[in-house]
Design a protein around this ligand. Sequence first.
Ligand code: HEM
Length: 478
Amino acid sequence: MTATPIHANAAETSLLPPPPFVKGLPLIGNLLDFYRDRIGFLRKAQKEHGNTFAIQLGPRKIAVLLEPDDLEAVFMKNDLTLSVGQAYKFVGTMFSPDYLYMADFEEYQEQRKVLLHAFKSEKLGNYLQAMQRELKDWMQDLGEEGEFDVVPEMSKLALHIAARAFIGEDFRMALNDQFLPLFKDLSDGAELVFPLNWPLPHLIRCKAARVKLGKMVKEVFDAREGKEDAPYDFLQYLSEARYRDDQPVPEEIRINMVLGITWGGYETTTGTMSWALIHLLQNPDFLRKTVKEIDQVLTSGDHKELDTWRSLQHLLMAFWESERLEPVSDVLMRYNVQAYETGGYRIPEGWYTIVSPSITQRLPSLYTHPNAFDPSRYLDNRKEHKRHRFSQLAFGGGLHKCPGMNFAHTEMQVVIGSLLREYELELIDPEPQKQKLAGIQRPGECRVRYRKRTPEKLLADKTPNKAASACPFHSHGS
Ligand code: HEM
């Protein structure tokens, strides 16, 4: 069924029915089920009602849209109809009511332009050094052999890379034990269920952390002022970037952007990178092909060229597949400022709309054997990801699509590519459980045993790699 974006007045007077409600308890509706296991609950509701239904979380009525055709209505409507800011109000508490999509639509577009420019393809090479430097230090600490737990290690790496690439080398080197707990307190403010004006301890801690972190970032900006030869990082880019009327970006917006990007890029990359490594280690056949390609591409040298990393095509296919199976943002939300119609239903004004990458990305109408890890589905002869414009949702879609996708994939290529080049790895915990978290998803405990690869193995196959020249993602949403 095709989404029919229509004029608000027409939707107000539309005779179409709203989607059917999933049965729930008086007053709280489906709050408990959703809170306990939202994807399990939505899957159960999907079995009963199909791909479009409504749920109730306390006072909030929510349309759940799982059919890709209906996602046009969600992703292509601007915030004057479907608002991101009003759905993720916690972002206003964590940063400021003027930050990105919390601001009015015109201001949002101005800030998004600044962000898109900072992370466009040509600029990514500037962040490569920060990624490689962190990785090198981390691998030095690993030594010859041992064990590590995937999530804490990926989290440490992702935070250090974010600190270095976004806030700068000085900040990264001065990074002390204070930053991580403060950042965790900030992240804990991502509250989707309870009202943000309740005096809940995690919300109080979040606000206090934001004040302290803001001061820390302001000090870095102040220290940079007038400094020549400053290294390229996001902070430096913002100091030089132009805003509306060719003016510098206001200080408070710069501080919010640095913290917002660090937050947006750190938690998501931690979970995504962890799943990707685990999925690769769980699938030895594909792992073998991936390592072979890595050995062919990452020969001796420093690999300072972005194109070298980009040509690790098997790795990229593994990332897409891992993100399809375990998207860390498992539900995306919008607030319906205006009513709209889609798929034969009218979604009223004042409701919310939920999209679930976890469920849509496993629809059998989009993917063959959707529960299997099969990265070859992205090859030219299958191209399953091209079956629909909205079949890959791990980075969202349309107007609010993640501006950090290419940064995240480059980071993951550097981290996982280098790790597989240098070490043989095996899972000690072959089937890690998913952590049931309120916000960004990640795997639970998953230990890996590692041992340095011998030089003979590294040099085993150096024949040129034909596959690396034809990337199946060349034109895919980047
Ligand atoms: C693997 C890592 C990442 C994943 C899975 C991810 C996922 C997402 C998703 C799903 C959205 C859309 C949310 C929605 O529509 O409701 C989003 C938006 C966003 N992401 Fe990412 N992200 C990742 C990394 C990054 C990085 C590295 C950055 C910064 C460089 C970043 C910055 C942002 C920003 C600023 C937005 C808001 C865009 C807007 O509304 O205009 N993300 N991300």
